[in-house]
Every structure is written in structure tokens, then in C-alpha cells.
Design a protein around this ligand. Structure first.
Ligand SMILES: C[S@@+](CC[C@H](N)C(=O)[O-])C[C@H]1O[C@@H](n2cnc3c(N)ncnc32)[C@H](O)[C@@H]1O
Ligand code: FES
Length: 453
């Protein structure tokens, strides 16, 4: 059974530097052109495109195979795409100038390439050379650092509609030689293009990393820039068993807090619809958002129910940021902010919902148990505590995001970590909660829900 008239496989395999592959020969641009052309000709319900790994004709990519006929095209460039789509998918004819018409020769080429590749792998293994993926992981920090430095310097805004390296250095007041090197590396990574010595942002980069762009993500990305500094101390933290650069929130620079809350707000914008849908607002008249940050979740819950009023508790330095978002959402009449210390303060009483999002990972187990007890006291009968966090499986090696996040807490907090479902369940039960449940959400975080009897 064929749900589509044509099923098109396009190779987008990336291989190590210097090894021929479709990715190095521009498959991403061909795939984009195919998708655009198919949409423009309203063929989306007839032609399905699937990106795939190597088809074995790596020196002549980008390669495309069309089923049900099993027609193999090679060296398909973006400029060929309109003709290919029209000829094959609209007229039902093979595009002769790109097709591999000799099946036996094609098969021999694929087999020959496979034998060469296996021989190269065996030789590498015999010589004791690191496998490519391991070597790539060891060096991955380089590309990360290049991008973070570009955001830190605001390179992409400086490039604007296109500038040379010298011009960018002039705008940024940086060294021209070093700036050119940075821009060349960014171009090699595919985040910029360079033509006649002039650099241009790709549409993706312009969308997220330039001033005034609708999805400007620079402020939130600055949080990752700050995390880099902490992660550089990981070795010392593993020796010491705690963060070696820990700063109380009050000691942090204002730009640190702004970037941190911007990053939380960006994450929350994506997560909040899932959370509100999973938790629901039925029977919730009063909600407490413990360590509510930007207010993104209070706002999402308040928007979901006109009957809901929320109190947001956070540190004094964060409340003006939350206020800004609450005012923007026109919810000042239903969301109140309150300065307090979630580690020690009584949290109030009579709430139907206490929401604790991205808080438990910064506390140690005893502090978490103590927080759960105070949350219990703050709830009305039948009220619910909802915790959102990166929840580990019992053996703590999965999900990978949560296991790595535990180290993010090691380098940044005194005794925080990611915790497992059994750990949360034990704290909640000891605090008096009944019906403890784990709700899995799409994405890296999940919910632990407990009900006060
Ligand atoms: C990781 S953010 C989570 C923000 C928000 N709940 C969310 O999920 O987007 C942690 C929040 O806890 C706040 N916080 C940290 N220590 C606190 C304390 N001792 N008392 C109150 N709030 C605190 C921070 O200011 C920050 O807003
Ligand atoms: S990398 Fe595309 S065919 Fe091998």
C-alpha cells in the first residue's frame, strides 16, 4: 500500500572532513529546494520526501531515489530541482540528464564504495585511531564556543545586511585579523555565507540572533554563555563535590539574572501549553507559583482559566522582570508577585495548586523534603502539588538531558542535582501526599503530581 504517489529519499549523510558525502556537496540546499518546489506546485499530498543516510554513491551527491519506480538521480543541485519536479512528478517522465541509467554500473559503484569504506574503517581500527564520533565529541566544544562568542560579541547584528570582516571589526571594535578568522569559521560551520569577501547571515541565524528579529534569542543564549564559564570548572567540581564558583543569587550580576530569566522564559514558552494541558485548571481558584521566575507559567494558567488567581513567589531581584511579563499579558489584576525565600519561608495556605517548576534540581534532598512539607501545608484539602523538573529514570543514566543537567547543577549549585522518580515519590509520601503520579511530557521535563488528602 502506497500512501503517496511518489516517495523520494534524499541522502543528507555527513561524513568526516575530506571524505566525499552528500552533505559536503550541498544536500541541505537541495532538500530545501525540493520541499519548496513541491509545496509551490501543490504536490505535498502526492510526493513524500524522506531524508536518509548514505546511498553509496557518495562522490556524486546529492543523491535522490524515487519510488515506486526506483529511479536513482545523482548530482542533484538546487538549480535542477524545478526541472526534476516538473518532469518526474508532474509529467511522470524520468529526467534523463541526471538519472543513473546503467543499473549494473551503479551497483558496482555502490559495492566498490562500500568495500573501500570497510577497508578504511578496518585500517583505522588496526592503527588504534579514535573512532570519528568519539573524536567529534571531544572537539564539539570548539563549534559551541565559536557560536557563543559570536552571540556574546553580537556579531550577527553587526553583519546586518552584509559586511566584510574589517567592517564588522570596526562596528564591534575588535581586532580585524581575529574577527575575520571568527567569521570564516562561522561560515565554515554554515551559520554565515561569504561572497566576494562579504559575510551574510543565513535566514536561520538572522531569525534568532540579530537585534530586532521577531524570535530574537540573544538574551536567553547569554545564559548559555555564562554556563560555559561554570562548566569550565567541572573537573575541579568533581574533585570538590560541589560548585567551586558558587554565588548566591543576590551576589550575581544584573545581566546574569536577566539572561537566566530570559532563558527560563524561552523554555517556559515552549513547555507551558503541555503543562497546562496535563494539569488542567478545573477546581483551581488559587495557585502558588514557587520560584515563578518570569511568570510564564502563572500567565499560562491564568490565561487558561478566568477564575484562576496566582501568587508568584521569587527573589526581590527577579520580581521586576516577572512584573514586566505580567503587565504585558494584561494580568496584573489576577497575578500577584511576592518576595520570599522558598528555602525557608512559610508559603501561605488554602491554595488549590502549588506549582514548583525547575526548582527541586537546585536543592539538596533534605531541602526538597522540607519544601514538600511546606507545600503540603500551603494546600487546601484535595489541593495538588505539581513539580516540573528533569526526572531521571531509577538508574539515573537516562534521559541523557537529565543526567547531564545533574552536572549543570554540580557546577552551579552547592548541592543540587537531577533526581529520580523514586526520590520524588519518597519525599512526597513522607510530606503526607497521596496518589503520587509521574506524568511524562514531550520534551526533556516531566511532572510529579501529589494530592493532599
Ligand atoms: C530555574 S528558575 C525556574 C523559574 C520558573 N519556575 C520556570 O520554571 O520557568 C528558578 C527560579 O527560582 C528562583 N529562586 C532561586 N532561589 C530562590 C529562593 N531562595 N527563594 C525564592 N526564589 C528562588 C530564581 O530566582 C528563579 O526564578
Ligand atoms: S553520502 Fe550520500 S550517497 Fe553516500
Amino acid at each position: 500500500m502506497e500512501p503517496y504517489r511518489y516517495h523520494v529519499f534524499v541522502c543528507d549523510q555527513q561524513k568526516p572532513e575530506g571524505v566525499p558525502c552528500c552533505s559536503a556537496r550541498g544536500s541541505a540546499r537541495t532538500i530545501e529546494a525540493l520541499r519548496r518546489e513541491i509545496a509551490a506546485r501543490h504536490l505535498g499530498d502526492q510526493v513524500q520526501i524522506t531524508v536518509c543516510g548514505s546511498l553509496g554513491v557518495c562522490e556524486r551527491g546529492p543523491n535522490v531515489v524515487v519510488y515506486p519506480e526506483g529511479v536513482w538521480y545523482s548530482s542533484v543541485q538546487p538549480a535542477d530541482v524545478p526541472e526534476l519536479v516538473e518532469t518526474h512528478f508532474q509529467q511522470g517522465r524520468v529526467l534523463e540528464r541526471l538519472v543513473n541509467s546503467d543499473a549494473a554500473a551503479l551497483k558496482a559503484e555502490i559495492t566498490g564504495n562500500r568495500d573501500k569504506m570497510l577497508a578504511a574503517m578496518r585500517a583505522k581500527d588496526a592503527a588504534g585511531i579514535l573512532p570519528d564520533d568519539l573524536a567529534q565529541t571531544l572537539r564539539a566544544f570548539q563549534e559551541s564556543r565559536v557560536l557563543l562568542t559570536a552571540v556574546e560579541l553580537d556579531v550577527f547584528t553587526a553583519i546586518g545586511e552584509g559586511r566584510s570582516g574589517v567592517e564588522v571589526a570596526g562596528v564591534l571594535r575588535t581586532d580585524p585579523r581575529a574577527t575575520e578568522m571568527l567569521l570564516n569559521a562561522l561560515a565554515a560551520m554554515g551559520t554565515l555565507t561569504k561572497q566576494d569577501g562579504v559575510f551574510h547571515n543565513t535566514p536561520l541565524i538572522a531569525r534568532y540572533f540579530t537585534a530586532g528579529a521577531p524570535d530574537d534569542s540573544r538574551a536567553a543564549t547569554m545564559h548559555t554563555v555564562h554556563l560555559w564559564e561554570r562548566w569550565s570548572t567541572l573537573t575541579a567540581c568533581v574533585r570538590a563535590g560541589t560548585s567551586v564558583s558558587y554565588q548566591e543569587h543576590a551576589e550575581r550580576r544584573e545581566d546574569w539574572t536577566e539572561a537566566f530569566i530570559a532563558a527560563m522564559h524561552r523554555n517556559a514558552a515552549e513547555r507551558a501549553p503541555h503543562v497546562v494541558a496535563a494539569v488542567g485548571t478545573e477546581g483551581v481558584a488559587r495557585m502558588l507559583d514557587v520560584g515563578g521566575g518570569s511568570g510564564a507559567y502563572s500567565i499560562a494558567f491564568a490565561k487558561a482559566s478566568e477564575k484562576l488567581r496566582a501568587d508568584l513567589l521569587d527573589l526581590p531581584a527577579v520580581l521586576p522582570i516577572a512584573q514586566r511579563h505580567i503587565e504585558k499579558a494584561a494580568l496584573t489584576d489576577r497575578i500577584t508577585t511576592r518576595a520570599g525565600d522558598l528555602r525557608t519561608d512559610k508559603l501561605g495556605e488554602g491554595y488549590n495548586l502549588v506549582f514548583v517548576s525547575a526548582i527541586c534540581h537546585m536543592l539538596n534532598p533534605d531541602e526538597n523534603l522540607d519544601l514538600m512539607k511546606r507545600c503540603y501545608a500551603a494546600l487546601a484539602p484535595q489541593g495538588r502539588l505539581v513539580i516540573q523538573d528533569f526526572i531521571l529514570e531509577p538508574n539515573k543514566t537516562a534521559p541523557k538531558f537529565a543526567a547531564l543537567f545533574a552536572l549543570n547543577m554540580l557546577v552551579g549549585t552547592q548541592a543540587g542535582s537531577s533526581y529520580s522518580e523514586p526520590e520524588y515519590a519518597a519525599w512526597l509520601r513522607e510530606a503526607g501526599f497521596q496518589e503520587v503520579r509521574h506524568i511524562r511530557l514531550p520534551g526533556p521535563s516531566g511532572l510529579i503530581v501529589g494530592t493532599r488528602g
